[in-house]
Design a protein around this ligand. Structure first.
Ligand code: ZN
Ligand code: ZN
Ligand code: FE
Length: 336
């Protein structure tokens, strides 16, 4: 049998880890057979939201390395966990198609999994994310998210932490609470607000239709949300994904990432938020992270964010009407 290796390789130029794994072959699905539907060998029956182990994980607790370190070529075991959270027994759809109560269960499950994996002494960061659409390489249509538990704090989060901490120290205030205030003051990029959460296209968006959802209260992670706030976050997810799917008249591919406080650092300055990155820039055109974006880590934005926010507001209006026609009563207000 072929050996399976899971290791971290250090990029000494960028000062960051690459997760390397071999033998991660595609699951041998038979055509038409969904691994996440109720009654499959792994799922069984009688659940609404279900967490599974990724069968071919990038990280694993029994990781084996293929070689030793050599000088600045550092190698460490790819220790960690990769989970799949099946969001609903329904085979098709987006978050907006899932009943609110099920979405709350989904969020509670993400919170539970985060807390559980954070307890592992070697885990530094747990990151739930959701990839949707073939453009992002997702072939399984059954609604699901993933959770990676990492033995290090990933670079993007580390950068956010550095800047949040600096702002907290210099100004005695949370940077994201401050951004929330600025977005409310300027108003031109706000999209949807309920009691617990605010959705907006950020001043500093990198993707054309990027949307962030911030907790209105200064909380660091999902596990700190009240029952009412979980309902509000579920409501925000429902409305924002319905908005996306009303933008061009087709189900819009996106990445969704949950940024929570790290496991071991007492980061009081950290403020829970979600980030949506849709990859379209027009109905039939994708925004590629290409030469300047990858080679320089500098994003170009080919419009004014305020213009894109206007487009999203029009889609939001249609989405709210559609949700209401479907019998759903939104907990917040669209901004127009
Ligand atoms: Zn299915
Ligand atoms: Zn805050
Ligand atoms: Fe973030």
């Amino acid at each position: 049998m072929e050996e399976i290796y899971n290791e971290l390789r250090w990029n000494p130029l960028l000062g960051s880890w690459i997760i390397v794994s071999s033998g991660r072959k595609r699951r041998p699905w038979r055509r038409g057979e969904c691994p996440f539907c109720p009654g499959s060998p792994e799922t069984g029956y009688g659940w609404e939201v279900l967490t599974l182990d990724n069968r071919y994980p990038a990280l694993r607790p029994d990781a084996k390395i293929s070689r030793e370190s050599n000088d600045v070529y550092k190698v460490e075991p790819g220790y960690g966990y990769c989970k799949v959270v099946v969001e609903t027994p329904m085979h098709e759809g987006d978050l907006c198609d899932i009943p609110l109560e099920t979405l709350v269960k989904y969020l509670r499950e993400l919170a539970r999994v985060t807390e559980e994996l954070c307890k592992d002494a070697s885990i530094q960061y747990v990151i739930p994310f959701r990839n949707k659409g073939e453009e992002i390489g997702v072939s399984l249509t059954h609604p699901h998210s993933q959770v990676y538990a990492l033995p290090f704090i990933p670079p993007r989060v580390a950068v956010e932490m550095r800047n949040m901490e600096k702002y907290w120290r210099d100004k005695g205030e949370c940077l994201l609470c401050h951004i929330l205030r600025l977005e409310r003051e300027e108003g031109s990029r706000l999209l949807y607000v309920n009691k617990g959460f605010t959705a907006f296209l950020p001043f500093f968006a990198m993707w054309p239709y990027e949307v962030h959802i911030y907790a209105n209260r200064h909380v660091g992670k999902l596990a700190e949300l009240s029952s009412e706030e979980l309902l509000d976050l579920a409501d925000s997810l429902k409305v924002v994904t319905a908005m996306y799917n009303n933008l061009f008249g087709f189900s819009l591919p996106y990445m969704l990432i949950f940024h929570q406080r790290p496991c071991k650092v007492e980061a009081e300055y950290f403020h829970l938020h979600l980030e949506f990155y849709p990859v379209h820039r027009e109905k039939d055109k994708l925004k590629y992270a290409a030469g300047i974006e990858w080679g320089a880590w500098t994003f170009t934005y080919d419009a004014l964010p305020e213009e894109k926010a206007c487009e999203l507001r029009a889609a939001l209006k249609r989405a709210i009407n559609a949700l209401k026609n479907g019998g759903y009563d939104p907990r917040g207000k669209p901004i127009s």
